[in-house]
Design a protein around this ligand. Sequence first.
Ligand code: FES
Length: 189
Amino acid sequence: MTVVQSPDGAVVEATFDYGPLEELLEKYQGMKGALIPLLQGTQAAYGYLPKEAMIRLAEALGEPLSSVFGVATFYAQFRLVPRAKNVVRICHGTACHVSGSPLVGLEVEKHLGIQEGENTEDMMFTLEGVACLGACGMAPVMMINEHTYGKLSPDKAVSSIKEFAAAEGNGGSETAEAPADAATEGEEA
Ligand code: FES
């Protein structure tokens, strides 16, 4: 059992699995400028950057914890909280923006009761804004997990999320599959 003391003196984790992190530290041992790849590897291993991992990284690199947190919070690619079961991505790329994605995003935020970067309380959905989903011809576009929904209106986006949630609830799927008919005519080939 590993107990780690946070800077404020609290015991932050007694059961955290340090295995994947220690493997990464071994891989990058002695390498200069390894913080970013270490953070990327940590996020790939845990799905986000747990506080316990950041404390261990700071200790291993001989850096102040504040520096590690500073880098982690500077780059948008890093997440400090776990993702929910399903991820809704709203595209804010140019094609989607001019086609109405701001209104789509606002309506989805209103429906889920959260803002981009947040999780719903039941951990059913994480909402994210992204630069381009690579389906500009179907703008405005959003994705729920790996499923693409195109040519959206605000109402259509919300009803797609409602249908998805209903299918999740009814089907009890653990793999977050979208219903077979949930994707719009805009779904990618
Ligand atoms: S700009 Fe939205 S998919 Fe490319």
